[in-house]
Design a binder for this molecule. Structure first.
Ligand SMILES: Cc1cc2nc3c(=O)[nH]c(=O)nc-3n(C[C@H](O)[C@H](O)[C@H](O)COP(=O)(O)OP(=O)(O)OC[C@H]3O[C@@H](n4cnc5c(N)ncnc54)[C@H](O)[C@@H]3O)c2cc1C
Length: 281
C-alpha cells in the first residue's frame, strides 16, 4: 500500500486477486476484483474486470489510475492521467495487446468488516418463475447490490444436505456492499421465492466472499470454453430460451449465468475506456 491515506494499491503484474485482497482488507480497504481469487489481476483487469463491487465502484478498469508497462521495444514506460494517457485508455479493456504491465495502481475504497452474501439455490425445475421474479426485483434494487442468476449442478458433496447433492439448481448470488444488517434485510425477498433447495447465504468478510467460488473452479482442472453476450432486455421469452438451453445441457459441468449490470459501472461513458459500451442491463 502506498501511503497512510490507504487510497491506492500498487499491484505487481503477476499477482492474483487473492494476493490483493490479503494485502488490502486488513486495512478495511478493497478494490473491485473478479469472483475467483486465483485469477490473475493482469488478465482480468486488462479485459475490464467484472466483480461483486461493480455497482458501487465500477469495473477493475474504472479503478486503474496508473500502470508501468514494458513495450515491445523493451522500454519501460509509465501511464497515468498526465503521462501517456492514451495507453492508459487502451489498457482499460484492450487486453494484453499493448505491452507487458509490470505494475498496476488501483484506487482503494473502504469496505465493511462483514458483508451480506446472498445465495439461495432453487430447484432448476422452477427456473422460469424464479428468474422472472429476480429480474423484477433487480429493476429497483439499490446500486449496492450486485449479483447474478446462475444455472449449475451442485456437486455430489457430503458437506451438502443429502437432498441437494447432485441436483440442478438456479442460484441467485449477490453481495450487498454496505452494512450487513441492511444487506440482510434487502436480500430477504430473493431468499423467499418459495423454499430454496439449499441457501448458502450469510454474513462474512469480503475476503471470504472473494474466495467462496474457488472450489468450484480449481485452477488448472478444467479445459473450458466460455462465451458471453449482452442482452438489451431479459424478457420472459429470453428467460424461457435460456432455461430450455440449460435443460438440454450436454454435461453437468456446463453452467450459465445472467449478470445484472447497474450502478457505477454503467455511469462511465462508452468512449471513456477501451471496454466500451456499458448500457446493457
Ligand atoms: C475460473 C475463472 C473465473 C473468472 N471470473 C471472472 C470474473 O468474475 N470477472 C471477470 O471479469 N472475468 C472473469 N474471468 C475471466 C478472466 O477475466 C480472464 O480469464 C482473464 O484473462 C484472466 O486473467 P489471468 O491473468 O488469470 O490469465 P492469463 O491467461 O494469464 O492472461 C490472460 C491474457 O492477459 C495477458 N496478460 C496476462 N498478464 C499480463 C500482463 N502482466 N501484462 C499484459 N498482458 C498480460 C495474457 O497475455 C493473456 O492474453 C474468469 C476466468 C476464469 C478462468
Amino acid at each position: 500500500m502506498r501511503d497512510p491515506g490507504l487510497d491506492r494499491a500498487i499491484v505487481g503484474g503477476g499477482a492474483t486477486w487473492a494476493d490483493v485482497d490479503a494485502a488490502t482488507t486488513p486495512f478495511g480497504r478493497a478494490t473491485p476484483g473478479g469472483l475467483i481469487s486465483a485469477t490473475g489481476v493482469a488478465g482480468l483487469t486488462l479485459s475490464g474486470g467484472i466483480g461483486w463491487l461493480r455497482g458501487t465502484h465500477g469495473l477493475c478498469v474504472d479503478n486503474l489510475v496508473a500502470a508501468d508497462v514494458v513495450t515491445a521495444e523493451g522500454r519501460l514506460i509509465r501511464t497515468d492521467e498526465t503521462e501517456n494517457r492514451d495507453l492508459l485508455w487502451a489498457l482499460c479493456g484492450g487486453g494484453g495487446n499493448f505491452g507487458v504491465v509490470v505494475s498496476f495502481e488501483f484506487k482503494l475504497h473502504p469496505i465493511e468488516s462483514e458483508l451480506m452474501f446472498c445465495s439461495p439455490a432453487y430447484p432448476e425445475g422452477r427456473a422460469n418463475e424464479v428468474i422472472v421474479r429476480w429480474r423484477d426485483f433487480m429493476e429497483t434494487a439499490p446500486d449496492r447490490l450486485s449479483g447474478l442468476a446462475e444455472f449449475s449442478t451442485l456437486p455430489d458433496d457430503p458437506s451438502l444436505p443429502e437432498h441437494a447433492r447432485g441436483r440442478r439448481v438456479v442460484s441467485l448470488a449477490h453481495v450487498y456492499d454496505g452494512p450487513a444488517d441492511e444487506g440482510e434485510r434487502i436480500v430477504a425477498p430473493l431468499r423467499s421465492f418459495g423454499e430454496p433447495l439449499v441457501d448458502f447465504s450469510g454474513r462474512m468478510p469480503y475476503r471470504t466472499i472473494q474466495s467462496l467460488y474457488d472450489a468450484l473452479f480449481p485452477k488448472g482442472r478444467d479445459r473450458c470454453y466460455w462465451k458471453s453476450t449482452y442482452l438489451s432486455r431479459l424478457d420472459d421469452g429470453v428467460i424461457a430460451d435460456i432455461t430450455r438451453g440449460m435443460a438440454e445441457r450436454p454435461s453437468e459441468m456446463t453452467f450459465a449465468s445472467i449478470w445484472k449490470f447497474s450502478g457505477d459501472m454503467q455511469r462511465v461513458a462508452e468512449d471513456a475506456t477501451a471496454f466500451g459500451d456499458r448500457s446493457m442491463p
